[in-house]
Ligand binder design. Sequence first.
Ligand SMILES: NC(=O)C1=CN([C@@H]2O[C@H](COP(=O)(O)OP(=O)(O)OC[C@H]3O[C@@H](n4cnc5c(N)ncnc54)[C@H](O)[C@@H]3O)[C@@H](O)[C@H]2O)[C@@H](O)CC1
Ligand SMILES: Nc1ncnc2c1ncn2[C@@H]1O[C@H](COP(=O)(O)OP(=O)(O)O)[C@@H](O)[C@H]1O
Ligand SMILES: [K+]
Length: 595
Amino acid sequence: MTELLTCAQMRDIERRAIESGSVTGLDLMERAGQGIVDAIFAQWPELLRQRGPVPAPPRYFRQDEGGYFSRRRAVVLCGPGNNGGDGYVVARLLHRMGWQLTVFGMGEVEDMPPDARVNRTRWSALGPVVPLTCDAFLAVSSGRGLADVYVDALFGTGMTRPVQGEALKVLDVLAGSGGDDFASRTVAVDAPSGLCLDSGHVPGRPEGYGRGLRSVALTVTFDSPKVGHVIGIGPDICGRLAVCDIGLRPWREFEGDQIDPDAPGGTMRHMNVRLSGAPMVREGRRDPEDIARHLLKRASGGHKFDHGHCLVVSGGVARTGAARLAARAALRIGAGLVTLAVPPDAVAEVAAQTTAVMVREVTGPADLAKVLEDRRIRSICLGPGLGVGARTREMVAVALEAGRHVVLDADALTSFADDPGALFALIEKGRVVLTPHGGEFARLFPEIDARLNAPRLLADDEAWHTALAAQGGPLYSKVDAAREAAASSGAVVLLKGRDTVIALPEGPAAVHAAIGARAAPWLATAGAGDVLAGFIAGLMARECPPGDAAECAAWLHVEAALAFGPGLIAEDLPEMVPQVLRGLENGDQPHLVGQ
Ligand SMILES: NC(=O)C1=CN([C@@H]2O[C@H](COP(=O)(O)OP(=O)(O)OC[C@H]3O[C@@H](n4cnc5c(N)ncnc54)[C@H](O)[C@@H]3O)[C@@H](O)[C@H]2O)[C@@H](O)CC1
Ligand SMILES: Nc1ncnc2c1ncn2[C@@H]1O[C@H](COP(=O)(O)OP(=O)(O)O)[C@@H](O)[C@H]1O
Ligand SMILES: [K+]
């Protein structure tokens, strides 16, 4: 399990560490700088080898500092805050190894925070700080060719407004707008500067810097990945993400007073780590044992009903495919029994195309209520192909009033676009999962959606700059949006996308990012969402708590897509489940983000 931190949480951990008296801010900055240097040589081991004949010692080289001479060159861009402070440490450490450094700085030394000021002053004893301008930056590379490494230490977790002026021009050049490939030699400190580490967006430039998306080679972050590294465009511009341990673990340990084995959120709630009252966000990468515990069937309970009965409600004739996909998925993930509730006109169509899934004629809401008198039905899936309108609203109401575990997807969500409150009033906490994609989310939660999209739209708006600065930086993120939606609806909300976010009404959230070795762009195929809804319903039929069901289903969904590979269509997803489960049983390592 990887914890993802917000910028505020990271600052909080650092503050608590420093207040404990065990460590100083300067210690942390030194560790961060050393971590970046180590990460640079891990990324490019060839840089440790001497290049060409030994040159004359650099002007500022001090014999007593040891090291060796090298012709390696680095350009370090240092901002006005502690991110810049890390940059000055890197410059000093590389200089000690005999590297030739060009160090650009922003702002006045007296305006810098204390630790960064100390490190800028230390560097100034070794070499000059060149005021950052685009012309000066270009002059360095045009005269002597590209340096071996560029260190982007302009802004990190303290970025409070869109980058502008000379810094923006330099970042554009660094991203390749002038045609030179700086990006493949760039290491970003904490973040490619300008990336909001809470939202994964570059305010004012949703598409990133330079000519579209140019990723730096390496981003080195501290203690834990931040939310913005894995959502939005973060993964597209961060390159390889290295997480550097700077000894802060004791200050972000679980505080231990919240363990409640019967909590409706299941184990997700147990993982909740409290800091300043704010529940922490986790990356949706569970330990394989944890995933296996939920996905694999236990040996006990040999009867099909021991594994639960799942009811999937189908649309009418020629609209049954989506529900059939969901039903197949529920069966494959191990619900003991799956029944499709089908309107009379579509029974023949469905019966002709199903075997293990059972078919039951259901004329309408009253009939559904009757079917649900069978207490063995533990979970219900409504939405895929169901049609938008009053009938669907009534079916949803019956399902929610029946006190079962319910997944609402697609049309079941859109049917409440005119009155989302009517839906939320029916939701019993701990029983319901909503699985909207972006469009459905906007229909159900228009105000939250407006906030989610406002920062990017209004990035050049002066009022927004002021509001953002007053708020201390973070943009409203997809995680914030899913959390707020979960809190206001009382349901577990799974907000889909490459960066699927799952939020519990109680606050904890998980991000399932299909990035790195888990990138599965071919999952964006018609019907994939129906299969996901079926996985969740199937797991809930097996008594998996809704939060865990949503998380494990999201994991399985991507894992099944990876197991199949390109060319995938939605029908293939349930058929890959046995292979994925076999892998879990054998203890195979699942695909991990960042591999
Ligand atoms: N929190 C921690 O535990 C640690 C933080 N460290 C470093 O400290 C960084 C955070 O430092 P800070 O909080 O000082 O923040 P930053 O250094 O990221 O940025 C803050 C400074 O940039 C200015 N600024 C923000 N946005 C700007 C913009 N668009 N244009 C121009 N100026 C802008 C602010 O006015 C302020 O001077 C981290 O990213 C990391 O690199 C490390 O030293 C290790 C420990
Ligand atoms: N680039 C991507 N990488 C991984 N998963 C993706 C990507 N794009 C979309 N998905 C997933 O594909 C599914 C699409 O579901 P949805 O939008 O409901 O479509 P449909 O209704 O056609 O099934 C969601 O689970 C979403 O998270
Ligand atoms: K940076």
